[in-house]
Design a protein around this ligand. Structure first.
Ligand SMILES: [Zn+2]
Length: 500
């Protein structure tokens, strides 16, 4: 009952504070708007709320729609597959809080094309959020540049920079923490310049500064007492004790180092591994109180059978395929909604030369770009759905195929891949013949004009890998020419044009 009354107070204070909503801080790692009125209220009544709530380990489920922003032409999208991974990693980080994120059924991802949103200042960010925010879910927008930040949580949405959203980046976790009311542990120090060799000032942002002995911890910094003092408002690295390498001094001159293990601090992503108990309690109560619409929905709860493997139909078993026209075909499995298809020259799948997400009923795709000739290529398909977001790699079929130039009529053509550029070439500028070869070999190269007259003749030694051969054109008049390459394995030719 008491809790309900508090809620009413918050609604009223929420309305008054909405009118003077702060803008995030630009050109920081995270654009953070400062402690919310809700958190101030919560921390003021924390002891009563926690006592009232008692032990609560109910799982809380948060629906998410990811909106991936590209420029006006749809370039620059963050791959949806990486958003699946980001949500999976977020679930690992929030598991201790018994909070789990899932994609809204049949509305997991949307795409927006707008250059002013793709790379924005806060006015563009505000427009992006307010024109596209969807009800009853966590709205996550992924853009090229969120106002110079890695990300920010603002206007009831989170906005993530795609360059800060890679594997093991904690940006999504950090911004979701803000969304669920958590401040930075160094709250109040955002944008503040300080010489950390000096004792900290007694007050900052109207609050007494948190000290190493714990004094002021309930009303300064993040207002949590199980997070230590932290004044570091720029990105910092940690030592082997997961503390800042930078030494700071509290207002009494006591030396200390910041705790690098907190997701909500600015330590490098590889240092951060946890939320504290007080942070977890605040996020959970924030979900019950400010985001009831999230947790009142029933997630789909549909797990994909752990033993189900997406069967690869073709190409498999080192089959030869045309290197610039490969059709991959796979089988569907029950309950899967997203199939991530990946191709790599290496069995480790790093680097990948192709990756894309497909949804049923699609069971095949044709890849025309990015595959090298004369290579063993590996491919795999992993299946997900809106609920079952994390998939291990160990239970997956890997298909192997070998790329060839199957349209070649002789062995030389099959063994090498040749590109001539520029074409046409302006007279006086060299044309360049790039030849990728499987093996080292000698070839004869001759250049002939349209009438068959030989203009140039030379012997060339090709090395395995890429070879770059310049063809000077200063002595060639404008017209059509042919480059012939031949040796005992066969021959091929390339046509080119010299212009005035
Ligand atoms: Zn932040």
């Amino acid at each position: 009952m008491r809790i309900r009354l508090f809620v009413l107070v918050v609604i009223i204070s929420g309305i008054t504070s909405a009118g003077k909503a702060q803008s995030p801080v630009a050109n920081q790692w995270c654009g953070y708007t400062g402690k919310s009125a809700w958190l101030d209220w919560y921390q003021m009544h924390r002891d009563e709320i926690v006592k009232d709530r008692g032990a609560d380990t109910t799982w809380l489920y948060v629906p998410v729609t990811v909106q991936i922003v590209g420029d006006n032409s749809g370039n620059g999208y963050f791959p949806f597959e990486n958003a699946i991974r980001a949500l999976c990693e977020m679930n690992e980080n929030f598991a201790v809080a018994h909070i789990r994120f899932y994609f809204v059924p049949d509305d997991a991802v949307r795409y927006l094309n707008n250059s002013a949103w793709y790379q924005h200042e806060f006015s563009g960010g505000s427009q992006l959020i307010n024109q596209n925010k969807l009800p009853n879910r966590l709205n996550a927008f992924v853009v090229g540049d969120p106002a110079g930040n890695c990300g920010y949580a603002w206007q009831n949405a989170i906005v993530l920079g795609k360059n800060c959203s890679g594997a093991n980046n904690t940006t999504w976790t950090h911004e979701a923490g803000h969304h669920l009311s958590l401040p930075h542990p160094f709250s109040g120090w955002e944008g503040f310049q300080w010489n950390y060799a000096q004792p900290a000032p007694d007050e900052i942002g109207g609050h007494e500064v948190e000290k190493t002995d714990g004094s002021n911890c309930y009303f300064s910094g993040d207002g949590f007492c199980d997070t230590k003092p932290d004044y570091l408002n720029d990105r910092w690295n940690c030592n082997s004790n997961k503390e800042s390498t930078i030494l700071q001094h509290d207002p009494n001159g006591e030396e200390f180092r910041s705790d690098a293990s907190l997701y909500m601090g600015y330590a490098d992503d590889n240092c951060a591994t946890r939320f504290t108990e007080e942070q977890i309690e605040a996020m959970r109560f924030n979900l019950y109180d400010e985001h009831e619409s999230y947790i009142n929905q029933t997630p789909p709860f549909t797990e994909i059978d752990d033993d189900a493997v997406v069967g690869l139909v073709s190409p498999i078993d080192s089959q030869y395929v045309q290197y610039n026209n490969v059709t991959l075909t796979w089988n569907l499995i029950p309950d899967a909604k997203f199939y991530v298809v990946e191709i790599s020259p290496l069995p480790s799948f790093s680097p990948r030369v192709f990756y894309q997400v497909f949804s049923p009923p699609t069971t095949s795709t044709t890849v025309k770009k990015g595959l090298l000739n004369n290579w063993n290529m590996h491919w795999r398909v992993r299946a997900y759905n809106e609920w079952d977001i994390c998939q291990p790699y160990d239970n997956v079929q890997i298909g192997v195929f070998r790329t060839k130039n199957l349209t070649a009529t002789n062995d030389l053509e099959r063994l090498v891949l040749a590109e001539l550029s520029p074409n046409p070439v302006p007279g006086g500028h060299p044309a360049v013949l790039n030849i990728t070869s499987d093996e080292s070999m000698d070839v004869s190269m001759l250049v002939a004009d349209a009438a068959g007259r030989v203009c140039q003749n030379q012997a060339i030694r090709l090395s395995p890998g890429e070879n770059s051969i310049g063809i000077p054109t200063d002595h060639l008049s404008a017209g059509f020419y042919v480059v012939h390459m031949h040796n005992e394995k066969g021959s091929f030719m390339k046509r080119f044009v010299v212009t005035d």
